[in-house]
Design a protein around this ligand. Structure first.
Ligand code: SF4
Ligand code: SF4
Length: 301
């Protein structure tokens, strides 16, 4: 058995070497360490697999967001994986007209399966009320069927932690009674970055604690003029190098256009670059359509 780091506390609710039980009658919740998340989406795939979810928006019971702020050399990439936070004040339930409820054993917030389609419009209101956008629909239609994260209560009943938590290779997640989570990891319930802020936790009192990504540190010092020289050798309008020829040889999109300006023309372009070229440059939790949900939760850039 490898020695654990000083101060490390084994999580008794997801220990793989000892039996786990989940004492009932209390609120359970998550811990998420943003600095550990590498946006690999394994949590989402494990959730889809365990729960038999389809691909597409209806499979996003847990949504993995990635967004970029600033640009080289100050670029930061943020990841955030969001299941339902099974809030202590579930405003979704208040809006759902009886189609949702909070069960008392683990504090999970659930959709009544018999009403998932028949009360589609009520569940749309619940989606709007949820600060985190944690209800998904199988279409954009008025008769869409709603679904959401169940806290894996079927697994808790089998003394197994939620599968998104156990699947995470970097152990960005922990799960347990919210009181234990807060005792171990603190009570931060809102992540805020330069461009994005999570909702005010006082709205719904989410059963979660966060650790924010640490501030950026320069590991390798750089010289802006050296960087400028290197950057100017790249791109469709490069001043030197063989990039345009290679691009054509590999069936690229054509001759470099003289109308597109050089992105890196001076050292200040390196030290203070344009940020509007990045499409996903903020966290977007509510989506106008399933296509938009998939856009913001698909790491294809
Ligand atoms: S995260 Fe949203 S869906 Fe989940 S309990 Fe809170 S308000 Fe409801
Ligand atoms: S707790 Fe279970 S149902 Fe909820 S996101 Fe994680 S794996 Fe999916």
């Amino acid at each position: 058995m490898p020695k654990l780091p000083d101060g490390y506390v084994e999580n008794p609710y997801q220990n793989s070497t000892a039996p786990v039980t989940f004492p009932p009658g209390q609120q359970y919740g998550f811990y998420f360490d943003q600095g550990r998340c590498i946006v690999c989406e394994v949590c989402m795939l494990a959730c889809m697999n365990w729960n038999g979810l389809p691909t597409g928006a209806a499979g996003r019971w847990i949504r993995v967001y990635m967004w970029e702020e600033n640009a080289f050399p100050n670029v930061r990439i943020y990841g955030l994986s969001i299941p339902c936070y099974h809030c202590e004040n579930p405003v979704c339930v208040d809006a759902a007209n009886g189609a949702m409820y909070k069960e008392p054993k683990y504090g999970a917030v659930l959709i009544d399966p018999a009403k998932a389609q028949t009360q589609s419009s009520d569940l749309r209101k619940a989606y709007v009320a949820c600060p985190y956008g944690s209800i998904v629909f199988d279409s954009d239609g008025t008769d869409a069927t709603a679904s959401k994260c169940t806290m894996c209560i079927d697994r808790l009943e089998q003394n197994l932690a939620p599968v998104c938590v156990t699947a995470c290779d970097t152990r960005a997640f922990e799960f347990g009674p919210l009181s234990w989570i807060q005792q171990q990891f603190g009570t931060l319930k809102q992540l805020t970055t330069a461009n994005s802020s999570m909702p005010d936790p006082s709205i719904s009192q989410p059963a979660v604690a966060f650790k924010a990504q640490l501030p950026r540190q320069t590991i390798v010092p750089y010289d802006a003029n050296d960087a400028l020289t290197l950057w100017q050798q790249r791109g469709p309008n490069s001043l030197s190098g063989d990039y345009p020829a290679k691009r054509l040889a590999y069936g690229g999109i054509g001759t470099p256009s003289p109308t597109i300006p050089l992105v890196f023309a001076s050292a200040s372009d390196v030290t203070d670059p344009m940020t509007d070229r990045v499409l996903k440059n903020k966290l977007v939790l509510h989506h106008a359509s399933n296509a938009e949900l998939l856009y913001y939760t698909t790491q294809d850039e």
